[in-house]
Design a protein around this ligand. Structure first.
Ligand code: BEZ
Length: 219
């Protein structure tokens, strides 16, 4: 069976976290949530990643995004590791829950298993997987990095901005798009529909084909 991916519903699993036990759907509620996994506690790349997430917590909150980490070690280990994360981040607090998954059940359900990496006891560990879930409980974006490559939090914030923009308007975001820059009109819209939907207008790029599918607007 193919693993959990974009378009799929988030399984409503019960999880044990550093902030208590809850069902995933209750945690999501009507909000945006980022669920991100880490190969293990007290590992170097993970510590840098979580410190950066802690430092960016307000930027996620500003976008109405809740954070939910996951690492396979137990709650006691997570709570000890959080002290390292907070000291490395210069005192930024880890205010979000981190799931404990010592039996490696959650990572399988959430398609977060690294096929290659094993811990010291030979157990499978999570990859650096990340799912962005919306209030309808569906996965809107997933990324999958190997354990050896840390993720870029600025890119994750940018992707959230793009997801929220495209959820609210019939547009798509072009290469390297940043908030405030023009977006492209969804290719499924005819020019007549585009004129109606974007009454303030749009510009069409001149292309070698003479086709008019590359239409920029501001929303
Ligand atoms: C790390 O978080 O630093 C790490 C974990 C597993 C493999 C490689 C790096």
């Amino acid at each position: 069976m193919p693993g959990l991916t974009i378009g799929d519903a988030l399984p409503n699993l019960e999880v044990e976290t550093t902030c208590g036990r809850f069902m995933l759907h209750d945690f999501v509620g009507q909000d945006w949530v980022i669920i991100f996994s880490h190969p293990g506690d007290f590992t170097p790349v993970c510590t840098t990643e979580l410190a950066k997430v802690a430092a960016h917590t307000e930027r996620f909150e500003d976008r109405g995004v809740k954070l939910l980490g996951l690492s396979c070690d137990d709650i006691q280990s997570h709570n000890n590791w959080i002290k390292d994360i907070e000291s490395y981040s210069g005192g930024c607090k880890v205010k979000f829950p981190i799931i404990a998954d010592p039996k490696r059940e959650i990572i399988k359900e959430l398609n977060m298993v690294d096929p290659d990496e094993k811990d010291a006891t030979g157990n499978q560990v999570p990859s650096r997987a990340l799912h962005v879930v919306a209030g309808d409980k569906k996965i809107k974006l997933s990324i999958l990095y190997p354990a050896t490559i840390g993720r870029n939090m600025d890119e994750i914030l940018r992707a959230v901005d793009a997801l929220q923009k495209t959820a609210n308007h019939k547009v798509a975001t072009p290469v390297n798009w940043m908030p405030g820059e023009p977006v492209v009109i969804h290719p499924s819209l005819s020019n007549d529909q585009a004129k109606e939907m974007f009454p303030h207008g749009y510009s069409t790029a001149e292309l070698a084909s003479g086709n008019d599918y590359l239409r920029f607007t501001n929303v």
